[in-house]
Design a protein around this ligand. Sequence first.
Ligand SMILES: Nc1nc2c(ncn2[C@@H]2O[C@H](COP(=O)(O)OP(=O)(O)OP(=O)(O)O)[C@@H](O)[C@H]2O)c(=O)[nH]1
Ligand SMILES: [Mg+2]
Length: 388
Amino acid sequence: MGSLVERFQDYSSWRAGVTLRVRAFRRWLEDNELLDGQTEARLTRLLERLGDDKLTIAFVAEFSRGKSELINAIFFADYGRRLLPSSTGRTTMCPTELAWDPQFPPCIQLLPIETRAAHVTIAELKGFPEEWSAVPLDVNDPQGLVDAFQQVRVTRRVPIEEAKHYGFFTTGAAARAAGLPADGMVEIPCWRHAIINFPHPLLEQGLVILDTPGLNAIGNEPELTLNLLPNAHALLFVLSIDTGVSKSDVDVWRDHLAGTPGQDKARFVVLNKIDSLWDGLRTDEEIDGEIGGQIGSVAAILGVAPERIVAVSAQKGLVAKITDDGRLLARSRLPDLEHALSAQLIPSKHELVRDATRAEVMDLVGNAGDYKPSRETKGVILYSPFGE
Ligand SMILES: Nc1nc2c(ncn2[C@@H]2O[C@H](COP(=O)(O)OP(=O)(O)OP(=O)(O)O)[C@@H](O)[C@H]2O)c(=O)[nH]1
Ligand SMILES: [Mg+2]
């Protein structure tokens, strides 16, 4: 799966090495009778943080721009098929987190939409497994996985009053623009949130992927804006080259990405579906010129640096990986996006964790009085897989 996977694995082994060294430091303090209650509690917290270190990448866009296809292409091509549902029209109906928690078996946990009426957040409800439906997953059955993942697209039709009760179809401008349905029934998602607990090698190492439904929808889950997106380490905003930047794309960008706090946060714009330019009449030079022109105008409209914009074909990238077609993969430019992600994301995550761990360990070393750090303890502070 290319350099993103390799760099993430390097990062994970670095973190595992740091954990071993912090443990060695704790043993040393213990052996020398320097481990008081407070130090022990701080070391335990530090080890817990290292063990539970997550890297969340969120995919954000209007509907049908190719978010789910991009996730399939970057992370799940090894399964030889399209795992997450991706189709025309609205497909992903609820925010979908892909992660791995070894405390639970592989499954999809689904939070019923009715829970929105009680005004309890998704984060709070994560502590109450009885509120969720769980669909078991057989990870050795790719077609079974495909079938199970269809849950994220399930909807039902309810009277408008019921939809309003769950926070849908309110009286905002978007609702007015959508108009009232003639039969008084509206389509709403069955599920409020899905967590796919899945032992994929990257998820096992702490990667969390957040797929979102088209975000300009009426009555979107408020927690996306308040909590899930601001807490993500990277946000990928997906556009489609065949539609360009529409007004609703700009609205999503403005509402969910442009104002998100944390300037250091990695934000990328993906200009998807470049294969729509491969019409057999344009030359490669003309296609390159058109892509370059679109990148320039997207950069100007959104106010982002052109280096932050990567043009790809998620669909052809997925096909190329499944069929092992190197030429098609290069033409899909998917490896360029994986490279940009890994070059930006992983070193900055590494820096963050390294600096926080270093500060904590140095403080504890200071507290240990005359103690001189051994070579091994210094290793906690200095060792890095990136040769810094
Ligand atoms: N030609 C082409 N089609 C694509 C590409 N990526 C996705 N599509 C198609 O675009 C449609 C929408 O893709 P999805 O992955 O479902 O889009 P999404 O952004 O997840 O949409 P929602 O789940 O509705 O928010 C599907 O029919 C995909 O096959 C691409 O690179 N090229
Ligand atoms: Mg989708």
